[in-house]
Design a protein around this ligand. Structure first.
Ligand SMILES: *Cc1c(COP(=O)(O)O)cnc(C)c1O
Length: 404
């Protein structure tokens, strides 16, 4: 029984003001800024999740997702939840108890793959590379030959290190030589850097909406080849998650369109609009824009005297890992940027904690004015904390790169 002083009994609504989030410039590892058209789509009225008009929207989202993933996979859907939900749908359905999954050690998200594979009842084996470096095809080939995994997972764009995995077709070929299915984490690459699911022979790719698609989190892209889906549909034991069981979700996203759970209608509207923007821009033009804008950002930070963490060959345009100068506290820099500039960037994680800044250049955030802003603000804050950087030279380098 609630008592008179039970705080849940009444609330003084005058202490809870109208929602007024600060107006931040988002240049971190996600979420990125949301395009006004997507915000507008999110304020349109709901229809039912089985309404004929919504069924049409579902078809359009699937078609736009295939375009963005560069795939013809019939099995292409937005999973309800954030990128980790699409990740768990991929791993939790592909990995059966007793299966072996090979995962990378070169960043934070390979570790998350391992945790999910273990929870799915799988055995985890590792292919090694240091944080901040990509996987070598030869190392993957050796690991696949040694462990004969059922599933091989890799991270295409490692948001914790700012490294883009090159040579993807060589990695998938190595796995397929030993009949392993390949799961790719494309959360920070989709819509931002070159990604070709079919041409590169990726069996399963999952992604997130709030990075280079510039859409709020809530409905997350997932695609599976027929072969991968065949493994999922012929499992001996049901996957441990009911919510993310793809054989059940097939009832809703497949031909039947039967209720499984209520789709996050508003998030589906949002991703539809975000993907429509991708198609209007053109996927290859979009990749080129990220490279151009992030290239200017990189020129700017290097021009002011900072160093990138990843060598140029593995540079990930959507997430720029910049070395923290000696004697500077990265956390203090991030707080000052929020406080003085309403600007979000992030510090390092795991093995790179305290060593790097992570500066995103994603989707709608990848605009010239944002790049100039982040370089100017970062330079100013670093100078005020005593770092020896030349902010003016950084800004000039951005201007030169943008006018090329
Ligand atoms: C952000 C991210 C995820 C997880 O996505 P959430 O939306 O935070 O659940 C997974 N992998 C990579 C590479 C990411 O950058």
């Amino acid at each position: 029984m609630p008592t008179a002083d039970d705080s849940s009994e009444s609330v003084d609504v005058s202490t809870i003001s109208e929602l007024t989030p600060p107006d931040r410039t988002l240049m971190g590892p996600g979420p990125s800024e949301v395009h006004p058209r997507v915000l507008q789509a999110m304020s349109t009225p709901l229809v039912g999740h089985l309404d004929p008009s919504f069924v049409e929207i579902m078809d359009e989202v699937q078609e736009l997702l295939r375009y963005t993933f560069r795939t013809d996979n019939q099995w292409t859907i937005p999973v309800s939840g954030t990128g980790s939900a699409a990740m768990e749908a991929a791993i939790g359905n592909l990995v059966e108890p007793g299966d072996t999954m090979l995962v990378p050690t070169n960043g934070y998200f390979g570790g998350r793959m391992a945790s999910m594979a273990r929870r799915a009842g799988g055995e985890v084996v590792e292919v090694d590379a240091p944080w901040g470096e990509p996987l070598e095809p030869a190392t993957v080939s050796d690991a696949v030959a040694e462990h004969e995994p059922d599933v091989f997972g890799f991270v295409h764009a490692e948001t914790s290190t700012g490294v883009l995995q090159p040579n993807v077709p060589e990695l998938t070929a190595a796995a397929h030589d030993h009949d392993a299915l390949v799961i790719a984490d494309t959360v920070t690459s989709i819509g931002g850097v070159e990604l070709r699911v079919d041409e590169w022979d990726i069996d399963v790719a999952y992604a997130g909406p709030q990075k280079c698609l510039s859409c709020p989190p809530g409905a997350s892209p997932l695609t599976l080849s027929d072969e991968a889906m065949e493994k999922v549909l012929s499992r001996e034991e049901d996957p441990r998650s009911w919510y993310l069981d793809l054989s059940l979700l097939e009832g809703y996203w497949g031909d039947e369109r039967a209720y499984h759970h209520t789709a996050p209608i508003t998030n589906v509207y949002a991703i539809r609009e975000a993907l429509r923007l991708v198609a209007e821009e053109g996927i290859e033009e979009r990749w080129a824009r990220h490279e151009r804008l992030a290239g200017a950002l990189k020129a700017g930070v290097e021009g002011m005297g900072l160093e990138m963490n990843a060598p140029d060959e593995f540079w990930l345009p959507s997430l720029n890992a910049v070395r923290v100068p000696d004697g500077i506290d990265d956390g203090e820099v991030c707080s000052e940027l929020i406080e003085r500039y309403d600007l979000e960037i992030a510090s390092g994680l795991g093995d790179l904690e305290g060593e790097i800044f992570r500066i995103g250049c994603m989707g709608y955030s990848a605009r010239p004015e944002n790049v100039i802003y982040v370089v100017t603000a970062l330079g100013d804050v670093l100078e005020s904390l005593g770092a020896s950087v030349d902010t003016g030279a950084g800004v000039s380098a951005v201007r030169r790169a943008l006018s090329e």
